[in-house]
Design a binder for this molecule. Sequence first.
Ligand code: NAD
Ligand code: DAU
Length: 349
Amino acid sequence: MKKILITGGAGFIGSHVVRLFVNKYADAQIVNLDALTYAGNLENLKDVQDAPNYRFVKGDITDEQFIDQLFEKESFDAVIHLAAESHVDRSIMDPLSFVKTNILGTAVLLNAARKYWKDFSNKLFYHVSTDEVYGSLGESGFFTEQTPYDPHSPYSASKASSDHLVKAYFDTYGLPVVISNCSNNYGSYQFPEKLLPLMINNIIHSKPLPVYGKGDNVRDWLWVEDHARAIDVIFHQGKLGETYNIGGFNEWKNIDIVHLLCTIMDKKLNRPEGESAKLITFVKDRAGHDKRYAIDATKLNKDLGWKPSLQFEEGMEKTIDWYLANGEWIENVTSGAYKEYYKDQYVSR
Ligand code: NAD
Ligand code: DAU
């Protein structure tokens, strides 16, 4: 029976990865390690919390002693590492917590794997990373696995650094690693500080919709469950030492996606056409705001056969319906630290 450590499993993407693995691999033991920061909520995993092959461990990946003891005690066969500080705006306000969690935390995990995996055969350390490490694109072109790293925000610099550490452990110690770099995810259980759930929540409450700058920055959107499926494929079939880009060839300007949301939500909330769009408010741009991201996921498709399952419009409908049906979840996760942190900003709480 394989024992797989998933870090950050109480977060947005991590909870989808945990759910997929718990449900799909009954013969594997899934251990979810999470510090339960403002972004981590066990509410995200209610449907699998009692599964016999699932266990939650509360802990901090930067706590070396704790991580070492955990690795010594548990004899993991593999790690899927998602725990991170993930929000760019927070990294601008508080860069050091990103350095600590994303760089030091990854180093602590890598080092524990190096020390406690006596034999590297049939082991895997999988680092889940971001397309933001590649920097920003102009009007055309795509990020490929060969694109040089050029991060601009403290968040992306910390993720680039952690990717480099993972590669260094492969080159130096022969630790069996794989990395994936994914584009912007959307879907259920995303903390409502990120663009889409923030806008959906604010539309529901008729609050201003803060669009940074002119709204002409471009992001490449992928349904979170397709990301989780890609992680499953790479985990089982990825080549050691390799990087795989994950994305859906689905670019949108921020302002266009906000208009699309407004149109769909006017219908769902029985509002007159154009009502929600009146809430759009252009605000000061994000510092160092990357202009455009676009992932070339050809390698993942050609080598491992993965492709996205959902058309974007269908994914958006599903996502909006989920947030409309889960007001209590939004209520629960946004009370507390989140409320305090964002008290002066354009959010609905
Ligand atoms: P998230 O912020 O929703 O979740 C992060 C999780 O990590 C939370 O559960 C949090 O409690 C946990 N965590 C934070 N610090 C920790 C620590 N010190 N010890 C243990 N646990 C800790 O993030 P997400 O959006 O689900 O992203 C997950 C991973 O995927 C991150 O590594 C992120 O860089 C990467 N990623 C995200 C996206 C995206 O669009 N959201 C895209 C590509 C890659
Ligand atoms: O590309 C992958 C990355 O996508 C992940 O690695 C990050 O963890 C994830 O947070 C996301 O980063 P972004 O900065 O692209 O996502 P965010 O939702 O914060 O912003 C998306 C775009 O919308 C970006 O151009 C900034 C803009 N924006 C965002 C917010 C929160 C606004 O215009 N207004 C807002 O209120």
